[in-house]
Design a protein around this ligand. Sequence first.
Ligand code: ATP
Length: 350
Amino acid sequence: MISLHGLTKVFAGGVRALDAIDLTIADGEFFALLGPSGCGKTTLLRTIAGLETPTSGTIRINDTDVTSLPPGRRDVAMVFQDYAIFPHMSVADNIAYPLRIKKVPRAQRTARAAEVAATLSLGGLLDRRPSQLSGGQQQRVALARAIACHPRAFLFDEPLSNLDARLRLEARTFLKRLQRDLAVTTVFVTHDQAEALALADRIAVMSNGRMVQVGSPTDVFQRPATTFVAAFIGSTPMNLLPGKIADGALHVAGATLPSPTGLPDGTDIVYGVRPEYTDLTTTERPDAFPGAVSVLENLGTSTLVTLETAGPLIQTVVPEGDEPRLGTRAWAVPRRALIYRDDLLHTTAP
Ligand code: ATP
């Protein structure tokens, strides 16, 4: 278990990279830190690893306060974006390196390296140098090295980011299975929302050194706490449309919808609807967003349709074969939506 209390990091120059973070990661949990560039993800991971000293706050691993312990005594293994495997060492020596540092006898570390290499399908590559390996194999060597010393936690900083798209998907599935089998607490930094949704038991969405929302992938996808989270999560961005309550109804982007409970006339809201949670029709209806079909993007088994309206653009996803013609008038009917007031989730609709 990793618990953080009031963790703050202010860098020289005044950048507040972490701002009073409180968080408990459960034993065995796969936890993703997600957020845009510069939000503090890497700083948080490095602080847990002991590579940065917090300005204030504490870090506990299980029952031990490790805040002032050096990295080597925290018993966590970190895998970086660039793997940092040693080019002059064989695969076997790379994997066994942390055991050498711990003064494990040679025969034992060779056996352990071979055993871990086998679980990562690196068995036949033990004598090769990193330069003789593919990117995916190098990444597995870095993972094997992290696994070899039975750490209490894995800390991963974008470990898949150097892989091409296809290999990245394969490595993702592999990593998820591996983590499940080893059941070691894992903190995983990524800026890729799809990766976080696919891998994590829970996700913390970060912005400006703070955690905006912590929850399961379903929580952050279905009930994003703020419009920032709503805009960040999802392969096609959520439509976030300004609206107003008037005459007991909700008026948004040319549609008249039932007013959400508890909101008086005159309230400004933001109506959030995912492109996947809309239906497109060519028949006019008052409870749908009208627009002109301006762009069609092929997504494989579906098509992303952009409607040009008097206000913001509205995007909707239609199944293959149901594409409207460019330039025609169409209506996007919301099926499932979120209503934000003062930037906070107020309720779900309809
Ligand atoms: P990315 O996805 O781009 O790696 P990140 O979310 O991991 O971003 P951090 O690297 O944690 O972000 O940086 C958080 C903030 O702290 C940024 O504004 C960054 O410029 C700043 N920062 C990071 N390291 C230092 C440092 N050594 N000195 C001063 N400022 C720093």
